[in-house]
Ligand binder design. Structure first.
Ligand code: FRU
Length: 510
């Protein structure tokens, strides 16, 4: 017995040693240099340990705050905290101390944050209004007893611009009358009714509340019990207006993440286009629409109070099917690039578009390279491992791959007549850590096509984000090549106007 404990200890020690070797840290701060295998180089990932959903996305006083579901003790999910990072440009992030810790009411699950500029909550002063975070308390002890009232809603406030947080002493602000899954409050200010609106999900539906002061909430309406996809529990709602191109009318977009039940297995986010009058959300939409058809864009929500009115979205770049097993250490998971959302009605259908924020180009290494083409049956050396590729195609069938010299490949296929795009990551490197991860191809229907199809691929060491036709169609996928991909091989069909921009890393030195 003693002997086996000793062996276990030795094993743990050698693992820790391996981790240390992999992990180069900054001498002054002790934080990672972000040079470990598979470490995202221009996407946000925590310094170490487990992360899931983005939370509390709020812009205030020149700063974009990114809070996130965080377990600071391990690289698998555990008692949830809110981790915190800030950015001035949505690209470079600075880590901040953990903002919210579990307490006697439970773990701190997902939620949102607002700037209460008129101090409606009274939690700040007229001269120094507070930031207010709204989150779900998940009580694991109550859950164990089998009761269904273990998720309630709480608030916390900051009067120093998000540096430090106090929990409201009257928590919870919304109790639970026995709804098993009752969580993920998204709060925003509704101009027309001059009220705070809160969205909550309750298993298979959305519930809408309003409030004058962020503390006392009135139930207004619900949506969705018999609408949209219901292959899993509804999570992480969001609701916002967008102007439709080209008509200019305003429509509201409701985001609902579901897990499982995504179009390519596991977690995914669906959307509904409709109207919101301050009381109820209504939609005529009959079909199921997905924000992103890749396997790795979940729990995405948008910023409150952006300075330019842009609707900026960040998603968690993973999937509950295998999130806890991805081959990375000492951290797990990254966020998608921040994406600007817009809404278009090209034919008889609304399409939610997403594109990386414009200033991604500030990270470009230089002016880039243009290859007019046509390029077919060729290996193009990208000359770098972090890149933004753009090209167009008129081919009926196009197959291309990101490849490296280890024979690893991430394969992309576009079939014009089938109106379909496929990604196959089964040979993309380390893909066998989980059966469901390798189970590809993943497919995306493309109901609206133009004669020329514009393809954009933004690739970091362990992710690729695909944007087609100006962001009408998106796929986000993790991949774990042992050596980053740095070549593009066009295998079937041809491409034109290839533009290659190499991207600088955002962490530490060059
Ligand atoms: C979504 C989710 C949320 C919940 C959080 C817990 O990924 O399940 O519904 O609040 O993660 O970490």
């Amino acid at each position: 017995m003693r002997y086996s404990i000793l062996c276990l200890l030795l094993l743990l020690l050698s693992c820790a040693e391996e981790q240390k070797q992999d992990r180069q840290t900054d001498e002054e701060t002790g934080t990672s240099m972000y040079k470990e295998s598979h470490r995202p180089q221009f996407h946000f990932s925590p310094d170490e340990n487990w992360m899931n959903d983005p939370n509390g996305l709020v812009y205030h006083d020149g700063v974009y705050h990114l809070f996130y579901q965080y377990y600071p003790e391990d690289i698998v999910w555990g008692p949830m905290h809110w981790g915190h990072a800030v950015s001035k440009d949505l690209l470079h992030w600075e880590h901040k101390p953990v903002s919210l810790y579990p307490d006697e009411l439970g773990y701190i699950f997902s939620g949102s944050a607002v700037y209460d500029k008129d101090n409606t909550s009274g939690l700040g002063t007229a001269d120094n209004p507070p930031l207010v975070a709204v989150f779900t308390y998940h009580d694991p002890e109550k859950e164990k007893t089998g009761s269904n009232d273990h998720q309630t809603q709480g608030i916390a406030y900051s009067v120093d611009g998000g540096e430090s947080w106090e929990k409201y002493e009257g928590n919870p602000v919304i109790g639970n009358e026995g709804i098993r899954d009752f969580r993920d409050p998204k709060v925003f200010w509704h101009d027309e009714t001059e009220k705070w609106i809160m969205l909550l999900v309750a298993g298979d539906r959305l519930m809408i509340y309003n409030s004058d002061d962020l503390i006392s909430w009135n139930f207004l309406s619900e949506f969705g019990k018999d609408r949209g996809a219901h292959g899993g529990v509804w999570e992480c709602p969001d609701l916002f207006p967008l102007k439709v191109e080209p008509s200019g009318e305003t429509k509201w977009v409701l985001l609902i993440s579901i897990n499982p039940g995504g179009p390519n297995g596991g977690s995914a986010t669906q959307y509904f286009v409709g109207d919101f009058d301050g009381t109820a959300f209504t939609s005529e939409q009959q079909d199921i629409k997905w924000v992103d058809h890749g396997a790795d864009n979940y729990a995405g929500v948008t910023y409150n109070h952006t300075p330019d009115g842009k609707r900026i979205f960040i998603g968690w770049m993973s999937n509950w099917n295998y999130a806890q097993k991805t081959p990375t250490q000492p951290w797990r998971s990254a966020m998608t690039l921040p994406r600007e959302l817009s809404l278009e009605r090209p034919a008889d259908t609304y399409l939610l578009k997403g594109n990386p924020v414009d200033n991604l180009s500030d990270l470009y290494k230089d002016d880039g390279r243009n290859i007019p083409g046509p390029v077919s049956d060729t290996l193009v050396n990208i000359n770098g491992a972090l890149f933004d590729l753009r090209f167009s195609t008129t081919s009926d069938h196009l197959r291309f791959a990101l490849v490296n010299d280890q024979n690893e490949r991430m394969v992309f296929e576009f079939d014009r007549s089938r109106k379909e795009f496929l990604i196959d990551r089964s040979q993309s490197g380390n893909a066998d850590f989980d059966e469901q991860f390798a189970q590809t191809p993943h497919s995306m229907p493309m109901p609206v096509l133009q004669d020329t199809t514009e393809i954009r691929l933004v690739s970091d060491w362990s992710s690729v984000e695909l944007f087609i036709d100006g962001g009408r169609f998106m796929m986000t996928e993790q991949m774990f090549p042992n050596v980053p991909f740095s070549d593009l091989r066009v295998e079937s069909g041809e491409i034109h106007d290839l533009r290659i921009n190499l991207i600088n890393r955002i962490w530490g030195d060059e």
